[in-house]
Design a protein around this ligand. Structure first.
Ligand SMILES: Cc1cc2nc3c(=O)[nH]c(=O)nc-3n(C[C@H](O)[C@H](O)[C@H](O)COP(=O)(O)OP(=O)(O)OC[C@H]3O[C@@H](n4cnc5c(N)ncnc54)[C@H](O)[C@@H]3O)c2cc1C
Ligand code: FES
Ligand code: FES
Length: 1311
């Protein structure tokens, strides 16, 4: 059993969260403390509870978020500061963040910025954009105030290019969102001490190994080497579990089972650190983090020429996984896992390391080389042997070692390709005597270019040798076109790109050592020498917003940066999410069996074996559901499946483990059906569409094309996106045992829809089914339709059994079953004048909708309505269609089609600019809306805010200055290029239909003067409940502390609309306001009679006079309509305007990129809560950065999703936050009839992420231009390292072998 389920289920400590189960997200971070008998020191380290076996913790102390501090006792400064710095939104990642920070502070009470970034690199957050979490962490750091990035050698605080946005005149704006000076001080003496009883236990070393025996497994913890060797001899097949970061995922995800596990505990021989004349010997049991510390110390003390390998290992370790994994994983476990993408093995092999292994028969040395890594016969460990230590030799004079890696994301991401290289020259004469080149990520094991190296020995270190080396390596290290992992041409390119970098690094070292013999490196090569600086001052930035009117009453919270209502509870782990609810008596667990085929008939389904397993109670199939299965949505597949991941049946058992085991035993026979449609192209060819075409047209497009100077045609793709809410789909159905009532607790955005689906499935009236949602751990559009299907099946099972049923998806299941953002194909024909003015634009949008309609039509419609973004195109035609394919149904995701549609339009702009020889920003300006304008569907809009945002952003970002600086940098840097881009934003807000905008609220005043408010919106992290309490506080003129909000329920607010589309606070806020005003009107005679009275007095007086103290509030929705027949309407209430300017740097040799700086200016109206609104803007922006740069969904040619967890799918991490991120809210220019003239900001910021995309494209163009390559390239999104590298064509991309399309089956296909 792992620590995580033990904490959550057995100890009911639910603060530690499940996010992925594989060590990739950090939600389950705890602090483990161990006492070392030898050194008598206590080691505190962060660990992923999901991979920590409970048995491994014998004698260790575990601190969870509950142990750090609580609202009942005292908050820890870490908890206080994360909450008060607005570092939480949905709060699901927060306990993990708290624990990572807490552990850092236990070890370093005043950490450096570098240590802070390192400590948080293994924690993912999908909501905040990380910046506020870093702000909280920085309050503990030694240095603050400067971004420390010094990107162009100039500190950000120095005036000029890197100048900070200036404070506004007259002090009306504010840069501060929290009072740092009021924070609790950190007092390390107050921390919990290591339990003395554990020290005593450790001192009284028991004589025999610890043995734990369970139903299926035995765990043996030998305490001495002798015991270990004896155990290994007795159970030679048993793995030696150290960190369990390799064995654990194998057992969990690959179904590997070990009846016996040996786990050494504190054996001295495995922890040695010994210097000898040969080198440094490191115990195999040292954690990678300990190895990092040892090497960091050694490289300080020994001369550089002796520490070449150590330095290279250190470089790899810095980027290897996150801090939790590095602290858990052992050196021996790493080496012996022999992962093909291991970062250390190629290097240790290149560095000629040796392994000391031992069995009862004695000890021996094995060379750590490619034969060992490839498990060649006779070169591997024998089953009875254990690895004791690794000796890393010192390097010699004229010996050079380097390490390389390139991953999808800079940190906490496994390498796509890595390498270790070593060369040794005969004393001084520059002739290669020894050469080792090893690669990871290019085959089933670490590969050595042995033949190439052999042939190169005896040659001199020259460009000719490099060319020969590249040719030889490409001939020897081959990757077939269909190689697992795909990205074949990119990987081939990296082989030689790394070689080139190695050549340069060695050449530079040679010239430093003997400048007389070796000329210094040509200037043009300097920029190719190093990787981009991985870590420096990420997320530092300024914020400006309009202060509230000085006349506003101090207790009126509107417009003030109020902390998220649940912020403190998020940070203490007390906030309760669906799966944190205690088990109901006799509760069952439901797990789904899903289709492994994309389009197939179900020939037979055999449930007998599964049903016969202990604990299995029921298996629900389509047959059980009967007619309800097809009346609304198809809940379970009947006779055929339409995608991989299609729900086929549901197994119900008395525990999660048993349900999962039984699900494995359901036997389904499929017969594939034709056609198999996966991609948009295939769907278009077969005319496989979900709905009729939607079209929008204005002006005479054909005529306009006749009068333009030039016409361009092209197409561009935008990949899909996974919601990756941190809390996976979760639900609990509880039959009430009376009148067939059913309560269902769901992590959903749409309680009413769940209620309807459950009621219709159970054939009950809605009044018998109540859906409750306290909070949701992130949703982003993904917790509506599929959630309701799963909830209906869960409730059906509960109803059948008369027992509560819980269903919580694992991350992999969640990613497989649920769809996400629609991939898009945009085709365009654009007519323009030589000055960049676009007068005719003909667009076609095709989205990949998956197998059912879901929200696909709505997304297409929203894409069309917002397609022109910030531009006035006099003649525009845009047609959109959702394609029906054999993929899971794609659905709503923050921005609803606009992030794709707007991107297609911006891609046209970039192409037009290149054609006209203008900058994209010039073309943007020429085409931008000005003043009062009409949209293509005839709605009048005032676009003044747009121009203000654009101009302000340009000024605040010092665009012109920095454009010149970027160009200057690029002219002297052939291998690293910078890019700068600025995009405008017009985001119309509204739901396009009055009924969909109605909202209700209920406000009760109790006789003690306290108030309970409830409304139809769901709290998903956006802070809607906090804003609602602010509204009540203003309206009823009472302190916020007086007002409480318990959650959302169909029992209190019936007939709600879905929470989403940026309008949750807008609409519900108006309903809450209405309820408050009704109450005030009723109580007016009482209040005016006793104006000095308290709410308690007024409530009592009202009660005495039989005046109701409860009021319902209602808002009927914004007036809106859209007639698609005519293409005319008024679908939106208002527009959010904005602009973002981003600067990046790319490494042309590897495709890596770094986000240097982003400036965002938004017109948000009168903000209700600037802290929450800033959080929405920044969080959405970073989600956009993910969409457009790192998040890549990859499907097999059979339609199965390869990317099913954080290991394969890379949402932005801390390293992706721009080193500088400045956000400004414009002072509001107009009042409106929205809630206190505010604007909804949930979605708009996503699009601004494309400023990073276009900045990268700008950098790529600079590289291509310099090499006289034809451009501009239209690049598809996401712009991954692969695409960046392959677009920066050079002699290395030219020399790789290419496969003829169609001659092989690729590992993945773009859908
Ligand atoms: C989320 C995540 C991210 C990761 N990212 C990276 C990355 O970026 N780069 C990278 O290179 N790796 C990465 N890894 C892999 C990681 O480095 C390895 O899983 C880890 O080093 C294995 O060490 P361990 O102690 O946990 O091994 P365990 O899982 O405990 O053991 C692994 C194997 O080694 C054997 N073994 C261990 N010690 C001995 C011994 N002394 N003698 C004999 N046999 C022994 C065991 O029998 C077992 O077969 C990642 C892993 C995870 C989970
Ligand atoms: S749940 Fe443990 S790291 Fe994700
Ligand atoms: S607040 Fe971090 S995942 Fe929601």
């Amino acid at each position: 059993m792992m620590l995580l389920p033990f904490l959550r289920r057995n100890l009911r400590l639910t603060g530690t969260k499940y996010g992925c189960g594989g060590g990739g997200c950090g939600a389950c971070t705890v602090m483990v403390s161990r006492y070392d008998r030898g050194t008598r020191r206590i080691r505190h380290y962060p660990a992923n509870a999901c991979l920590t076996p409970l048995c491994s913790l014998h004698g260790a102390a575990v601190t969870t978020v509950e142990g750090v501090g609580s609202t009942r006792t005292q908050l820890h400064p870490v908890q206080e500061r994360i909450a008060k710095s607005h570092g939480t939104q949905c709060g699901f990642c927060t306990p993990g963040m708290v624990m990572s920070l807490y552990t850092l502070l236990r070890n370093h009470p005043q950490p450096t910025e570098e240590q802070l970034l390192e400590a948080l690199a293994g924690n993912l957050c999908r909501c905040t954009g990380y910046r506020p979490i870093l702000d909280a962490g920085r309050t503990f750091c030694k240095t603050s105030g400067c971004c420390q990035s010094k990107e162009n050698g100039v500190c950000c605080l120095v005036q000029g290019v890197n100048r900070l946005p200036e404070p506004e005149e007259g002090g009306q704006t504010s840069p501060k969102l929290f009072p740092e000076e009021e924070f609790l001080p950190l007092d390390p003496t107050q921390e919990l001490i290591f339990p003395p009883e554990l020290m005593i236990l450790a001192a009284k070393q028991p004589r025999s190994p610890q043995v734990f025996t369970g139903d299926r497994m035995t765990w043996i913890s030998p305490l001495t080497l002798k015991d270990l060797l004896e155990a290994k001899s007795k159970f030679p097949q048993a793995p030696l579990v150290m960190g369990n970061t390799s064995v654990g995922p194998e057992m969990k995800f690959k179904g590997v089972f070990h009846p016996v596990i040996i786990s050494p505990d504190g054996i001295e021989e495995l922890s040695i650190i010994k210097h000898s004349c040969d080198g440094l010997t490191l115990g195999a049991g040292l954690s990678l983090a300990q190895v990092q510390d040892v090497l960091a110390d050694v490289v300080q003390r020994l001369p550089e020429e002796k520490t070449q390998t150590f330095r290279a290992v250190l470089k790899q370790l810095r980027m290897l996984a996150g801090s939790q994994i590095r602290n858990m994983a052992s050196l021996g476990g790493h080496i012996l896992s022999r992962h093909p993408d291991s970062d250390l093995n190629p290097l240790l092999a290149a560095g000629s390391c040796t392994l000391c292994v031992q069995s009862q028969e004695g000890a021996r040395q094995i060379p750590l080389d490619e034969r060992f890594l490839g498990k060649s016969l006779g070169m591997d460990l024998r089953p009875q042997e254990v690895l004791l230590s690794v000796t890393v030799p010192y390097s010699r004079k004229w010996e050079f070692v380097s390490a390389f890696r390139q991953a999808q994301r800079k940190e906490n991401a496994r390498a796509i390709v890595n390498a270790g290289m070593r060369v040794f020259f005969r004393d001084g004469d520059g002739i290669i005597t020894e050469l080792s080149i090893l690669y990871g990520g290019v085959g089933p094991a670490t590969l050595c270019a042995r033949e190439a190296c052999r042939k190169l020995v005896g040659r001199s270190w020259s460009e000719e040798t490099l060319d020969e080396a590249c040719r030889l390596v490409l001939g020897e290290v081959t990757l077939p076109g269909s190689a697992p992992g795909g990205r074949v041409e990119f990987r081939r390119t990296l082989l030689v790109s790394f070689l080139f970098r190695f050549y340069l690094q060695v050449s530079q070292s040679l010239s430093h050592m003997d400048p007389g013999r070796y000329p210094s490196l040509e200037g043009k090569y300097e920029s190719a020498l190093e990787d981009l600086h991985p870590r420096c001052g990420h997320g530092w930035g300024a914020f400006r917003y309009q202060r509230v009117d000085p006349m506003q009453l101090p207790q009126d919270p509107i417009g003030r940066p109020i902390m998220h209502l649940s912020g403190v509870k998020h940070a203490t782990g007390e906030a309760i999410y669906c799966d944190d609810m205690p088990a109901v008596d006799q509760e069952l667990f439901l797990t789904f069996v899903t289709s492994s085929r994309a389009h197939a008939a179900i020939v037979s389904m055999d449930l007998s074996e599964a049903l016969s397993l202990p604990g299995v109670v029921d298996i629900v199939t389509a047959k059980h559901l009967g007619d309800v299965n097809s009346s609304t949505e198809t809940l379970l597949a009947t006779d055929k499946v339409l995608c991989v991941g299609h729900l086929v049946c549901a197994v119900i058992a008395d525990s999660e483990t048993r349900a999962k085991q039984a699900a494995e035993k359901v036997r389904i026979v499929y017969q594939d059906l034709e056609p198999l449609v996966l991609t948009i192209q295939e769907a278009v060819q077969l005319k496989s569409f979900l709905e009729a075409e939607r079209k929008l047209e204005c002006g005479d497009v054909e005529e306009a094309f006749r009068t333009v100077d030039r016409v361009l045609e092209g197409e561009v793709r935008v990949g899909g996106q996974e919601h990756f809410y941190m809390e996976t789909q979760s639900m609990l159905a509880v039959p009430k045992g009376e009148d067939q009532e059913m309560d269902i607790y769901v992590s959903t955005q749409f309680p009413k829809y769940i209620q309807d689906m459950v009621a219709s499935t159970l054939k009950l009236p809605a009044n018998k089914v109540m859906c409750h949602v306290r909070r949701v751990g992130g949703a982003f559009g993904g917790k509506v339709v599929t959630t309701s299907i799963m909830a209906a099946i869960t409730a059906f099972a509960a109803h059948r059994q008369g027992r509560a049923v819980r269903c919580v998806l694992e991350r992999g299941e969640d990613m497989l079953i649920t769809g996400g953002r629609h991939p898009y194909l945009g085709k365009y024909k654009v007519g323009f004048m030589s000055n960049g003015r676009i007068t005719a634009l003909d667009l076609e949008h095709y989205s990949n909708g998956g197998h059912s309609l879901d929200e696909s039509l709505f997304a297409i419609e929203m894409g069309l309505l917002k397609t022109e973004n910030a531009y006035k195109f006099p003649s525009l035609r845009c047609r959109g269609r959702a394609c029906r394919t054999n993929l899971p149904s794609n659905t709503a995701l923050r921005g609803f089609g606009f992030p794709q549609a707007g991107f297609i339009t911006e891609s046209c702009i970039v192409e037009v600019a290149a054609e006209c020889g203008l900058s994209p920003e010039e073309v943007r300006e020429v085409n931008m809306y000005q003043g009062t304008e009409q949209t293509p569907y005839g709605q009048e809009i005032n676009t003044e805010g747009l121009a203000r945002c654009w101009q302000e952003c340009k000024a605040k970002a010092s665009f012109a200055l920095r454009r010149a600086a970027v160009d200057k940098f690029n002219s002297g840097s052939p291998w690293k290029k910078k890019g700068l881009a600025m995009v405008p934003l017009k985001f119309p807000v509204g739901v396009g239909n009055v009924a969909l905008g109605q909202a209700s609220a209920l406000v009760h005043v109790y006789l003690d003067g306290s108030v309970l408010v409830t409304h139809g919106g769901v709290e998903m992290g956006q802070g809607v409940h906090t804003k609602m309490i602010q509204v009540v506080s203003r309206e009823l003129k009472m302190p916020m502390e007086n007002v409480h909000l318990r959650g959302t329920s169909t029992e209190t607010i019936p007939n709600t609309n879905a929470s989403g589309g940026s309008v949750v606070a807008d609409l519900n806020g108006l309903a809450v306001k209405d309820a408050c005003q009704t109450l005030l009107k009723r109580l007016e005679p009482i209040i005016s009679k006793n104006p000095q009275g308290t709410w308690k007095d007024w409530a009592q007086a009202a009660f005495d006079r039989s005046i109701s103290l409860s009021a319902a509030g209602y808002f009927r929705g914004y007036e809106s309509d859209m007639d698609w027949e005519k293409g005319k309407g008024h679908p939106f209430e208002y527009c959010v305007y904005g602009a973002a300017c981003s600067e990046v740097e790319i490494d042309c040799l590897t495709g890596s990129h770094k986000n240097i700086r982003t400036d965002i200016v938004m017109d948000v109206g009168h903000t209700i809560n600037p802290a929450l609104d800033r959080g929405q803007v920044e969080g959405a922006f970073l989600q956009g950065v993910g969409l457009y740069t790192t998040e890549e969904l990859r499907y097999s040619p059979g339609g199965a999703l390869h990317t099913r967890g954080p290991d394969q799918y890379k949402i932005p991490a801390i390293c992706d936050v721009p080193a500088e991120l400045h956000v400004s809210f414009l002072p509001p220019s107009e009042s409106s009839n929205t809630l206190y003239s505010s604007k909804g900001l949930g979605e708009s910021g996503v699009f601004l992420g494309c400023s990073v995309f276009f900045a990268i494209q700008d950098a790529v163009s600079a590289s291509r231009k310099e090499r006289h390559l034809p451009g501009p390239l239209v690049l598809s999104s996401p712009l991954t390292p692969e695409k960046i590298r392959m677009a920066c064509e050079d002699r290395f991309t030219e020399m790789i072998p290419r496969d003829v399309p169609g001659s092989y089956v690729p590992w993945d296909i773009p859908v």
